[in-house]
Design a protein around this ligand. Sequence first.
Ligand code: SF4
Ligand code: SF4
Length: 187
Amino acid sequence: MIQSNDKIVVSINWELPEDEFTNSIDSYILEAKNSGKVLTLPLPVFKGEGFIYQMAMLLSQVNCKSCASYCCRHDVTGHGIGLSEYDVELLNEHGHGDVIKKIGNDYWIPMPCPFLHEHKCLIYDYRPTTCLCFPWDPGGVDGLTGEMLFSVESSCPEARRIIRNTYLTAWKFRDKMKRLHLYKGGE
Ligand code: SF4
Ligand code: SF4
């Protein structure tokens, strides 16, 4: 499987022995982090109901307790927090319209975020969709099929932890299934 976007191409070799596979994943994660690229799983972005559960599985694993609100203080996307029309509506309803920037049809909140106060989000219940979905980052594309891959922002320590655990758990599970003759690999 080759995964790519305009920033990254990576090849996952599942046939490596476990220690080498672990090293290859650690290198992949480090390279993505150092160069500001997304991290992808070899898994397409599901549609409809499937997407809801895919996102729920990611977001339910994110634990921000040991992070100093990195994503609220740094412009990880390079263009502030992009806002949907609904986000704009909600911010206006709650009297925060003054923080919204606009060029053409694009709306955003500049960084560092003015709603961060002592590591807490002052608008948590109606935070922008980008914040709600973070660290999901829809930047990964399968270099072979052109399909969008499930990808996350590599600057987020929790995203890196989750991706690492997912790949290493997948390696172990594949290995077990192969030994049980329930999976041949490459399907
Ligand atoms: S960067 Fe990641 S771990 Fe840190 S606050 Fe944001 S989502 Fe949480
Ligand atoms: S709106 Fe809230 S969650 Fe989003 S960046 Fe600002 S403080 Fe963080």
